[in-house]
Design a binder for this molecule. Structure first.
Ligand SMILES: [Zn+2]
Length: 129
């Protein structure tokens, strides 16, 4: 019943499904997933250097990096920078959360906003729950 439309399997098709209130077909969902992945990758490369280059408060940032201060003491940008830097070390959400004294939920939320995928927990096998 859902015939192939002219913008089938494209991001434009996906957006039109949403605009029209129709359930997106699988091919349009796939196109959307690719679009989102590209957008995240692009945003990551665009965001990182700016965040990296200077902390708002370098001394507090360093203390939080060392685990001496909670991430809560940092500005929102420095908190994102810290999560990004620790994520880059390969740390999983729980380890970052413990180190920064944030909840795992908050850590995962910030990481998600940065477009980063969670690092696997040590010993965790790919694809095994
Ligand atoms: Zn479609």
């Amino acid at each position: 019943m859902h015939r192939q439309h002219v913008d089938f399997a494209t991001e434009a098709g996906y957006r039109r499904h949403i605009a029209e209130g129709t359930v997106p077909c699988g091919a349009c969902c796939d196109a959307h997933a690719v679009e989102m992945a590209n957008w995240r990758a692009h945003r990551r490369t665009r965001t990182q250097p700016r965040l990296r280059s200077f902390a708002d408060h370098p001394i507090q940032y360093r203390a939080a990096w060392d685990g001496d201060e909670p991430a809560e003491a940092l500005t929102p940008d420095d908190r994102r920078r810290l999560v990004m830097d620790l994520h880059d070390l390969g740390w999983d959400d729980e380890r970052i959360a413990r180190h920064t004294r944030q909840t795992t939920y908050t850590t995962a939320r910030i990481r998600g906003q940065l477009g980063l995928l969670p690092n696997p927990r040590p010993g965790q096998q790919e694809g095994v729950a």
